[in-house]
Design a binder for this molecule. Structure first.
Ligand SMILES: O=c1ccn([C@@H]2O[C@H](COP(=O)(O)OP(=O)(O)O[C@H]3O[C@H](CO)[C@@H](O)[C@H](O)[C@H]3O)[C@@H](O)[C@H]2O)c(=O)[nH]1
Length: 403
């Protein structure tokens, strides 16, 4: 997909140039793209425009991309064969096996598309990053020190979609919120591994056993292992669908392992688009088992919910490291190397540790995420740090451009 996106962006250049040239009154003065769009940025010079990138992921990932042209020169052989951690000046190092897909094969086209994007990133007038200082202080300070590469960095996050604008129908939303209203404060686990992943039969079994071991109630956003969910949405309490207005579940239910059926009466299973932000905002949620997509991390932070990290692909492994080591609001699960499955004990004990009121580390993570929540609440108020960062960037740019 990354390669396709890069090609689409390059082929779009003539059309984007045409569109910009038709904008005459007023003339546009800034071109803002995201990373894949950075391949379009050279046209900004032709139109005398400033060049900015909006970065929807972590500051640490910005640091990696800015450092990549240097790594390309100094690292010999494949990144994945390196025995040492990959170092980025001033930032937390990373294990080569946590690097995202462009680094997996230096001969692959994806790497050859990614490298020029990183070169373009070095030439911009500024990078708006969906993060904030207190979240990634170490990395943001390293980026601002110029040790990695001198590019102005503007942390303008957390930018998250309003709950009502998430793509979930009202019937589903009301059902899950009513169920959560009946639960005790910070007692429920929310599990969602993103929209692009279907668990294997084996993994669903381990997850179900893990949830059982945790002894807690749960909301689990899940697709059946091998059949399509069709119109099925929620599955609750061993009930065979429809008895209390719950949308019916049929064939797909039989695709789940027995371990899953055993625990159904302790939770709510969502087989459709979950109202994630509203679930996370609910006071009954105590922990989020997440694939560590950056938006999910930011939403969890904004709601003050600690995370059990279960990264799957793309930048998620790197995000999980940032979440656990730099931000300090959760724990990353270990995947058994022999089976590539996360075991039930690992799931159960990690959830327990984070939710346990007596556990010192768990308490520290919960305290930290609540502090970040309070900071995030005020960050976009007038004169709040992210508002000021954005304003400063444009003021600086308008002085440079004389606009
Ligand atoms: O049932 C669902 C599932 C998801 N969401 C929302 O969808 C978004 C998911 O975003 P994210 O957590 O970032 O996951 P992905 O959609 O998987 O994000 C892609 O883009 C991110 C930002 O670049 C990367 O960090 C991820 O690795 C990449 O997979 C969030 O706003 C969720 O609240 C729902 O509302 N309901």
């Amino acid at each position: 997909m990354g390669t396709k996106l890069a090609i689409i962006m390059k082929e779009s250049i003539p059309f984007i140039c045409h569109e910009i040239s038709t904008m005459t009154s007023p003339k546009p003065t800034i071109l803002i793209t995201e990373l894949f769009g950075s391949l379009v940025l050279p046209i900004a010079e032709h139109f005398n425009m400033s060049k900015f990138v909006f970065w929807p992921s972590s500051a640490w990932n910005v640091a990696l991309s800015l450092h990549t042209p240097t790594l390309d020169k100094v690292v010999e052989g494949e990144f994945t064969d390196q025995e040492e951690f990959i170092q980025i000046p001033g930032c937390n190092p990373i294990s080569p096996c946590d690097l995202f897909s462009p680094f997996l094969d230096r001969n692959d086209q994806l790497y050859h598309e990614y490298l020029p994007m990183c070169e373009e990133l070095r030439k911009v007038d500024g990078i708006f990053v969906n993060t904030f200082l207190e979240l990634e202080a170490k990395t943001i300070l390293a980026l601002r020190s110029g040790k990695i590469y001198k590019v102005p960095i503007y942390p303008i996050g957390p930018l998250i979609r309003e709950a009502k604008k998430q793509n979930c129908d009202d019937e589903n939303r009301d059902y899950v919120i009513d169920w959560l209203d009946k639960q005790e404060e910070e007692s429920v686990i929310y599990v969602s591994l993103g929209s692009g992943y279907t668990m294997s039969h084996e993994q669903i079994k381990e997850m179900a056993l893990g949830l059982e071991l945790s002894g807690k109630k749960f909301v689990w956003s899940l697709r059946p292992p091998s059949t399509k969910a069709g119109n099925d949405r929620y599955l609750t309490a061993g009930e065979d669908a429809g008895s209390n207005g719950v949308p019916k579940t049929r064939a797909s239910v039989s695709a789940f392992p027995d371990e899953f059926h055993k625990i159904q009466n302790r939770g709510l299973v969502i087989m459709d688009w979950a109202p994630q932000l509203e679930i996370l905002k609910h006071s009954s949620i105590g922990v989020f088992v997440s694939h560590c997509g950056w938006n999910s991390i930011l939403e969890s932070v904004s709601c003050g919910v600690p995370i059990v990290g279960w990264p799957l692909f793309a930048d998620q492994l790197m995000n999980a490291e940032t979440m656990a080591k730099e931000i300090g609001i959760g724990i990353r699960l270990n995947v058994a190397q022999s089976t590539k499955v996360v075991g039930s004990e690992e799931i159960g004990k990690t959830i327990w540790k984070i939710m346990d009121k007596e556990d010192i580390e768990g308490c520290a993570m919960r305290k930290r995420v609540k502090e970040l929540k309070h900071i995030a609440e005020k960050i976009w108020s007038q004169d709040g740090p992210s508002f000021c960062e954005m304003t400063n960037a444009f003021v600086k740019m308008s002085h440079t451009n004389g606009v």
